[in-house]
Design a protein around this ligand. Structure first.
Ligand code: TXA
Ligand code: MG
Length: 347
């Protein structure tokens, strides 16, 4: 199959996407977070073909994308707290779980009693959802286990020949996937941190929000994943990523030592560091992850940097870390999983 790329702003592109969706085909499209791989959420066969194109395990449920709240009628119940959060953060990078009806196919929810729904804010995504008029089930448009795509070129790398159309809306502004929040049992719980932060949600709800334990550490062998996606290895480059924690100077020294000794042993090695520290690693092929003053910039760049590591054939990678607060929590979740939570403490 030939994969066409079209400018997402063009009316012809929207119409073509709408036609493909109604005939059960897949279309990759940009959102403010990452690119999604969409299908009509009410068409079981189309939804199954998403899993085939990605090589995704069938027990990992999908997010349904809408442009208008009326599309939720008949699909799910809406808890009171959810209304407040929709008012505050939709459209935007917040996905919520809702108790669902029979109308939502099991293929979308992996048989779970809840359905994940979000309303993207990127204008061309919003417009595309409006033009096609269907709820669109869409995971990130990467092959399973690869970093989520933040440009149309990333999608092409993973999906060429597997889908008929990619809408190109340029680089994604947020660069990390949406926050996934569970309001359906006990205290509100963040299953996956993203651009809408714990602090922002707490402020709207006026109460504490929990963060699932597996966000900053691996699942324990007997622990049940609240979100099936957390069970899978994710965002992992082929090389071995190690996070280096500690006080500034010591961190930089340890990163230099490790990288240098790997290079002497003949391994391809590099460091991931803040823009401000690029000069500290002249012999370590420093990769810029953005300014340490700007978590949102680090979030925006991270997946592109992770994808480059594989293209460059990096075998060992040593990375600085950010405080796990605000958007930093999402950055540390993705970096942690890329590293399999392997951490070195610099003294
Ligand atoms: O920003 C995003 O959320 C992007 C764009 C395309 O919207 N989508 C995305 O989808 O990241 P995906 O499939 O890569 O990640 C969805 C996550 C997975 O970890 C999945 O397990 C979880 O949401 N999820 C979906 N439905 C769920 C449910 N009913 N209960 C618990 N977790 C759910
Ligand atoms: Mg994904």
């Amino acid at each position: 199959m030939e994969t066409l790329i079209m400018n997402a702003e063009l009316p012809e592109a929207m119409e073509r996407a709408a036609r493909l969706f109604s005939s059960g085909e897949l279309v990759a499209f940009p959102t403010e977070t990452v690119y999604g791989l969409g299908a009509n959420a009410l068409d079981r066969k189309a939804v199954l073909s998403i899993f085939a194109a990605k090589g995704r395990p069938a027990d990992n449920p999908l997010i349904v994308h809408i442009w208008n709240r009326s599309q939720m009628t008949g699909l799910c119940e809406i808890p009171k707290d959810a209304e407040k959060l929709m008012d505050a953060f939709w459209p935007g990078p917040l996905t919520m779980l809702f108790p669902r009806t029979e109308k939502v196919p099991d293929e979308v929810t992996a048989g779970l009693p809840t359905v994940a729904i979000r309303m993207p804010s990127l204008p061309c995504a919003h417009k595309m959802l409006q033009v096609c008029g269907l709820p669109i089930a869409a995971p990130s448009a990467n092959r399973s286990g690869r970093p989520s795509p933040t440009t149309a070129a990333h999608v092409m790398e993973d999906m060429a020949g597997r889908i008929p159309l990619i809408l190109d809306g340029g680089p994604c502004q947020v660069g990390l996937e949406s926050t996934v929040l569970d309001l359906t049992r006990g205290d509100p719980t963040i299953l996956r941190p993203g651009g809408v932060t714990k602090e922002m949600i707490q402020e709207v709800l006026g109460r504490d929000v929990e963060v699932a334990g597996s966000v900053l550490r691996p699942l324990k062998p007997d622990e049940k994943a609240l979100s099936p996606g957390m069970r899978y290895k994710h965002y992992a480059p082929t090389g071995t990523v190690t996070l280096v924690e500690g006080e500034g100077e010591a961190v930089h020294r340890v990163m230099r030592e490790q990288c240098t000794s790997d290079r002497l042993a003949g391994r391809k090695s590099c460091v991931l560091c803040f823009t401000e520290h690029l000069d500290l690693f002249p012999d370590c092929d420093p990769h810029d992850i953005g300014s340490r003053e700007d978590d949102r910039e680090v979030a925006h760049r991270l997946f592109d940097v992770l994808r480059r590591l594989d293209q460059e054939g990096m075998e060992t990678i040593y990375s600085e870390v950010v405080p796990a607060e605000g958007v930093g929590l999402a950055v540390m979740n993705r970096l942690g999983r890329a590293a399999g939570f392997r951490t070195l403490k610099a003294e």
